[in-house]
Ligand binder design. Sequence first.
Ligand SMILES: [Zn+2]
Length: 67
Amino acid sequence: MGNPIDFYEPTKEEKHDHFIEMQNHCPLCNSELNIKVTSYLENNTVKEEAYCESCNIKTRSKDHKFH
Ligand SMILES: [Zn+2]
């Protein structure tokens, strides 16, 4: 008797999809970037490259590792 009962309100499980956030515009000329994402399944890496055709520059090259 007198046992405290804890009520756990069911909380909605929030699932956030982790998309790779991409800046889609060139910081220099503000034109749209070409985003190239290559995934290497064998070592769980996603390579992300952003390229501006107008400026002829590669603005980004990142490796994302996922488990
Ligand atoms: Zn540019």
